[in-house]
Structure formats: structure tokens, C-alpha cells
Design a protein around this ligand. Sequence first.
Ligand SMILES: Cc1cc2nc3c(=O)[nH]c(=O)nc-3n(C[C@H](O)[C@H](O)[C@H](O)COP(=O)(O)OP(=O)(O)OC[C@H]3O[C@@H](n4cnc5c(N)ncnc54)[C@H](O)[C@@H]3O)c2cc1C
Length: 307
Amino acid sequence: MKSLARLLSLPGIICRQPDNSGNYTTIGIGGNVGMSLQAITPSSLIAALQIIRREKVAHVVIGGGSNTVFPEAAPELVLVINRTRGIRRIARDRIAVQSGESTLNVVAWCANNGVKGLEFLAGIPGTIGGAVAVNAGAFGRDLSACFIQAQRLNGRGKVTPIQPAECNFQYRDSLLKRGDSVLLEIILAVEPDDPKVVRQRIRRNFSYRRQNHPGWNARTAGCFFKNPGRDKAGSAGRLIDTAGLRGWRRSGLEVSQQHANFIFNHGNAQMTDLQAFIQHITSVVMQKHGVRLEREVVFVTPDGKRY
Ligand SMILES: Cc1cc2nc3c(=O)[nH]c(=O)nc-3n(C[C@H](O)[C@H](O)[C@H](O)COP(=O)(O)OP(=O)(O)OC[C@H]3O[C@@H](n4cnc5c(N)ncnc54)[C@H](O)[C@@H]3O)c2cc1C
């Protein structure tokens, strides 16, 4: 960490050394990291990553940490938290959003400015950069449907544009989720609409989630597993439920009573507890239904690899 002393004096960076990664995740799972850096401006984010990458230091970039889990101890890891903000309209049908902007602010901005197309993000926590990386979605729509292009910092420390074809968007997945590129400003497709109507749709989506999804106040990472294909007997939540695991508890973790694809961390669970917990779920679902559940949530290794 000594080679990173320059980071401490960079403008637009809040640095903590050491820090606790769990504090930056919604599920609250993660332990000690060597350093955390909150980057407030795009230039500070770029400058910090260029130093970190030049020095070949293990690092990981997150936004809202609402789809990520960290290991118990990662003393050599630098956690970079993207807090860059800003939304602007660049054409009748395009907006440019800084990747660290919260999805909540993007949705509110769309309502205030009368643009439609992103209402499905209402109630999905995190940042727009994280949402593009994991191809977040709801109500039958996902980010790949509106992503036009972005600026990204590539693995060699250069800022270059990235196009949809390079992202290989899949259901809740893309090459960005585990790759070297860090998204900076993102351009999204929208359409003009009456602000009242946009606001109505956003309210409807929020209220659907409030009624049907748990987790508004709980420590969770949202849906833990991807929904298997339609031919495989329904959603992950339904498979877990009908395997008899709704409400199942161990090590301070719980399968939600309301929606069995949500896992809550009620205590001080660590990643190893969570791994054992989901191992049990996946093997029971495999035994009962013959379906292999695939994790949606990103796990980080002590040396910054994401899997
Ligand atoms: C209560 C609750 C409800 C949820 N509901 C939904 C839902 O309906 N649909 C859905 O899809 N998800 C849902 N989620 C999961 C999560 O909110 C989304 O996946 C969200 O878009 C992740 O954004 P984030 O900024 O928190 O990502 P993070 O967890 O910070 O990061 C996720 C991944 O993206 C990478 N990443 C982050 N920022 C960047 C960047 N700038 N450039 C490149 N890579 C980056 C990270 O390295 C990591 O691999 C829910 C979560 C919760 C807690």
C-alpha cells in the first residue's frame, strides 16, 4: 500500500486505510480491505485507477455494492467506490449519465424531465454503471435495451468508447461484470413523454416492488440466483420455495419468507457462511428439481477477481 501514498492527496478522492468492505455492500458481507477510495469526480476516478493499475495493485471497482459480496479478509485489496454524479440530456432521445449516479436519481430525473424508457429501474438500488455491468432489469426490460455507448477506462489505463457489441450482454450478465473496463459516462436511449405519465409508471413500478419484493430495509443483495430458462420449471424463487427452503435459516442468514430468491443477512455472516448457505440451497434444488441454480450476485476474491 506504500506505493499508493499519492492517492491520499488526489483531489476528489476520499481515502480510508484500512477499511471494511461490508460497509459498502447492501448485504453487509465483507471484511477488512487494505484501502478504500471513494472517487467523487470522473477525473479522480481515472487518475486513481491509472495509479493503481500502473502499480499492479489488486483492486475492484463497485458502485452501490447492491450485487456484490466481499471476502472476510483482503488486506492487499483496494476497493474503489464510484461516486461520480451527473445526468444531462444530449439529444431529444439520448441522455448521458455519469456511471456512479444512482439509479434512483436517474429515475427521478426522467420523471422531472419527461423522458421515458428507464422506468423499469424504479426500485433497483445501486448505480447506473453497476446496472449496465450486470445488465440489470425488471418488468421485462433490461439495460441492454437502452445502452447506446459509454466511455470506459480500459485495462491499459486509456479512456476509449465501448459499444454494445463489445459488452456481450446476456440475462443479468455482460463481459463488464468480471472484465477490466470501468465504465465512465454512459449514453442511454430515451424518448420524450409527458412527465405526469412517466411519474405514474414509475410510481406503479415502485408500488409493485413494495408489495411483492422484500428487502426495503433488510440487508440483502436482491435476487440471489438467476431465473433458469422457462423450460426449467419456473423462477429461482419458486424452485427454492418448492424445495422446502422458504424461511430456512443458518449462520445469521435467512431465505426470505416473502420471496425465496432473496437471502437476508441478519447477523454477522461472512462470505464463507454465505457460500455454505447457498451450497445447501443449490444442492437441495438440484436433488428436488434437477435444476442447477446459477448465482447472479458477484463474489470477489481477496486479490480482486470477480466470479
Ligand atoms: C432490494 C434489492 C432489489 C434488487 N432488485 C433488482 C432487480 O429488480 N433487477 C436487477 O437486475 N437487480 C436487482 N438488484 C440487484 C442490484 O441492485 C442491481 O444488480 C444493480 O444494478 C447493481 O448496481 P450496483 O451499482 O450496486 O453494482 P455493484 O454491486 O457495485 O457492482 C456489480 C458489478 O458491476 C461492476 N461494476 C460496478 N460499477 C461498474 C463500472 N462503473 N464499470 C464497470 N463495472 C462496474 C462491479 O465490479 C461488479 O462486478 C436488487 C438488489 C437489491 C438489494
